[in-house]
Design a protein around this ligand. Structure first.
Ligand SMILES: Nc1ncnc2c1ncn2[C@@H]1O[C@H](COP(=O)(O)OP(=O)(O)O)[C@@H](O)[C@H]1O
Ligand SMILES: [Mg+2]
Length: 257
């Protein structure tokens, strides 16, 4: 059965989507079968996996409305070890439907129960908010990876995220299930800027061994890859950011043992 990991931080632009697609690609390189779930209306993870937004009708948000199953929306990618449950912009009526749903926090959890048997890892790319979509992701997960950008105010908002994680942990406990902070990932470290290293120290002091040893450097190749709709591990396999995501995948495997 798959290990389900959410990639979450309600701050935008910290590297959630970049981590989701490159970790998926790097785990596949290690011969692991991966399901990538895109939960952001911006659908960046979907696009970055080479899926054209016009090429499919129903998305994960139709599943939230309970008007589609995972089977209905699952898309195969160029990498045969990676499947995607795509997101799409502008799906009307999702909020209303979910708010009225008596089991609203467990929609993803229930849908994933069967599907996760087909994979080694399920990676969930969360939106930049702590609303019901992220709650659903955490509820369905075994662990959460928190990307933190090595920049000023990196710690900002983390308390809110940790409170949300604690809330979900207590709800999961009722079912004898757990949600761990699988790892804190330092992203976009600029080697030329001293303050970046200060942030690294600050985060390590706070989260200790939870912090992944792998730090993702700021690297232009990483953002360029987005433009071509492929993970950087495919676009430029030997680039610094690509190698760091490959190391992250190895660390994820080790923590899973
Ligand atoms: N290591 C990196 N080096 C350079 N640019 C990066 C790196 N990681 C992400 N980016 C860029 O930063 C922006 C925000 O990253 P993204 O993964 O979309 O964040 P989030 O999903 O948290 O909003 C994107 O334009 C992305 O291409
Ligand atoms: Mg994103």
């Amino acid at each position: 059965m798959a290990l389900v990991l959410s990639i979450a931080n309600q701050k935008g632009g910290v590297g959630k989507t970049t981590t989701a697609i490159n970790l998926a690609s790097s785990l596949a390189d290690l011969n692991k079968k991966v399901l990538l779930i895109d939960l952001d209306y911006q659908a960046n993870a979907t696009t970055c996996m080479g899926i054209n937004r016009g090429s499919f009708k129903k998305s994960i948000f139709d599943c939230f409305k309970r008007e589609a199953t995972f089977e209905d929306i699952r898309i195969k990618t160029a990498n045969q070890l990676i499947d995607v449950l795509p997101a799409k912009t502008m799906v009307e009526g999702v909020d209303e439907k979910v708010i009225a749903d008596s089991n609203r926090d467990f929609i993803l959890y229930e849908l994933l129960k069967e599907t996760k048997n087909d994979y080694d890892y399920v990676l969930i790319d969360c939106p930049p908010s702590l609303g019901y979509i992220t709650i659903n992701a955490l509820m369905a997960s075994d662990g959460v990876i928190v990307p933190v950008q090595c920049e000023f105010l990196a710690m900002d908002g983390l308390t809110q995220l940790l409170n949300t994680i604690r809330l979900v942990q207590s709800k999961k406990k009722v079912n004898q299930e757990t949600l761990t902070i699988y790892g804190v990932l330092l992203t976009m470290l600029d080697n030329r800027v001293n303050s970046g290293f200060q942030i690294v120290n600050e985060i390590k002091t706070y989260f200790k061994e939870k912090v992944f040893q792998t730090i993702i450097p700021r690297n232009i190749t990483c953002s360029n890859a987005t433009f071509y709709g492929v993970p950087v591990t495919v676009y430029s396999p030997k680039s610094k950011s690509s190698l760091s995501y490959k190391n992250l995948a190895k660390e994820v495997l080790t923590r899973d043992e």
